[in-house]
Design a protein around this ligand. Sequence first.
Ligand code: GUN
Ligand code: ZN
Length: 665
Amino acid sequence: MFEIKAKDMRGRVGLLKTKHGDIKTPNLMPVIHPRKQTINVKDYGADIVITNAYLIYKDEDLSKKALDIGLHELINFDGPIMTDSGSFQLSVYGDVDITNKEVIEFQEAIGTDIGTSLDIPTAPYVDYEKAEEDLKITLERAKEAIGFVRDNNYEMKLNSVVQGSTFPDLREYCATELTKLDADLYPIGAVVPLMEMYHYRDLVDAVMHSVKCLPDSKARHLMGAGHPMIFALCVAMGCDLFDSAAYILYAEGDRFLTTRGTIKLENLTEMPCSCEVCCKYTPDDLRAMEKEKRVKLIAEHNLHVSFAELRLIRQAISEGSLMELVEERCRAHPMLLDALRHLGEYSDDLEKFDPRSKKSAFFYTGPESLRRAEVTRHLNKLNEMDKKKNLIVLPAYRKPYSKYLSNSFKEFFVYAKDESKGEDEPCIIENHETDFMVLDIPFCLIPLELDELYPLSQSDAPKIHDKIAVDFTRDFLVDFAENYGNVLIDPKVLDELELDYIEPYSNSEDIKFEKDDIKKLKAIADYQFGEGAGEALFTGEIKIEKSKKTGKIRHIYDKNQNIVNMRASDSFLILSKLGAKRLASLDGMRNKVMIDNSVESFARDGKSVFAKFIKDCDENIRSNDEVLIVNEECELLAFGKALLNHKEMLDFKTGQAIKTRKGFK
Ligand code: GUN
Ligand code: ZN
């Protein structure tokens, strides 16, 4: 029912398939009031809507009509319709007169596309016992609903709502149990009070702990979230659908939604956007207007802004700039900034879902950028690489580093003390024993051989102040870390790198730097495919072909057999047949995806691999990685580009997982 088309952080551009048509996600489902609706939301970009089955059920007239002509005719919408079950009314009024079974039956009978069981939205900050008790009922009802829908071969798809209040362990428990039920979609419930209180930090916890335990192959819906200000943040955490009455409720209160917050009509001196309403009327026109007409116009603006934001988010995911957008949006309110900073705590989890390479460059927008997945990934790599040799560190205030090196680097670099020669007797390090590294604002230390690799080179940050360059001491580095990258150089990393040994040095006539292409290629291979990949790939009579225009490495051969090519845009190595074979010789499942033997011939023919045939997969695989496709005996069949990460590959039962480059016939 759901397929991923593009990824960024935990966000996905997806396709949700329903019997009333396919919709792109992330998307917003405007809430349709079954009786009061005056706006035709389809005219303003709605592809899917949500309405309340309980409200229809409770109204004798509407109920009859719905059973008679069907839900789609009733609310005059021919696209997919989701229905809610009355749980929200339950949470507001404490009670509803409908049972779980009744509401499920009713939703199927009126022809809803996606129905919901009668979950219990537990308020935030209740006692643990209360949350646990409610959760038990929610889970029982979810189970009952699924059983009922499956036993009776219902056509409608089913939501199972994650509850658990503000207790991360209960959110995880609930999501884990619901996953076992194999529902069709997974809403995350009871977050409306958090949003009303601006408790976005707690929203981050509720969403992140739910999403962590939900399947990646199903769409997730953040229930009752409808303010465009928070869409980008929630999409980055893995939410695919939003629903809300906000567009109309805010309009009824004369309030305009914008991505920077809400503006009251009484405070409006300029119209807030360029939608049809904002172009046609002035704030005074609206203030003078009769209420009913005005509400309709403001609601139209509100929908327009919401859909425009979702288009922007989908575009950002496709180009890989979602976090730049999130960081921008989270500056709309201090409590959102607080939430963004808190999201940094989840960087290790987010990293697993973030594509290895993106179309757009990494733009630093502030210290929060230092907790992005790309930075965490790089620091983890540095730790793996275990660089404990002598370091010469260069400040990266001018890029590309390589050019910078050949010009004026001499004045600025530092050198490492050689312990063997005694504490007080620093020595000049021989060129060939030294690891040059670049001190970079988002990425901390960059081994020079990797300086062209995504995102280390495809990143931009404000220039480091010149003073920094001449003032290298350990204190400086710590200071630098605290000011620019407090989360970047944590004590662990400092220890690993033995930065203690780095001292300022400015008299460096003896040090010369020469770039060694093979050393560089091996370093890139190790960084990309793991330790040992460089040695495995680059043996024999290595020939390197460079671009005549840019002088950059392009093709690498053993005699005249192509091993790998270097992609110009991000300097990642793209395997050829020989490279794939050599890489496959590395131990275990490294860089490998194992597929069912029944589809071996398709892979050998160079056909793309569908997720449902994947049996096993290296857990280090991220989307956009170059991967090896093997059969159940671990024989190499083909190689290609991963479209999903390891967890998604194992979870999805539909859609492509690997775009195969070539197969071995
Ligand atoms: N609408 C807003 N929050 C909720 C929730 O937690 N459950 C259901 N069913 N609907 C909601
Ligand atoms: Zn407008």
